[in-house]
Design a protein. Sequence first.
Length: 178
Amino acid sequence: MEDATEQGAAVAPTLPPGSGLVLYDGYCVLCNGSIRWLLRRDGKGVFYFAPQASAMAQQVMARHGIAVASASGNPPGSAAGGQIGNPSGGASGGANTVFLVLGLGTPQERLLSRSAAALACLRMLGGGWAVVAALLKWVPLSIRDGIYRLAARSRYRVFGRLAVCPVPPAKARSRFLD
């Protein structure tokens, strides 16, 4: 589903309308578990995925002002790992948050992060999950994002870190980009 330019750089693929691209920390056990959770519940096939260390994900993040220091392929915080951060004053988070890209590659492209991304994912799942998202929307953003930041800060310590990004399940590989 990914196209390449003549120089070999990744370009944004075209996703079906109503789809979202989840950019996640591929080295995080909690994050990978969350992706598996979404896959099991995404009967409509609205979600596509890319680890934040991928070239395509880094291009998308850079378009939205997320400073990307390295594409080393090593876990953030490892001796050889790159850091994704916010020295430029754009949106913050990098590897410390999940991103949901809506309208990928269109003029209406939007990047959601932290609890806003999580709630949008629940809404997109529909059914009872959309009701949960509507209820959680009543919790003030500062509290939702505070809880999110706490979990993000402790995710490696509590859940662990993978040495390499895992290979997606065979039946879902077409939904993983880059």
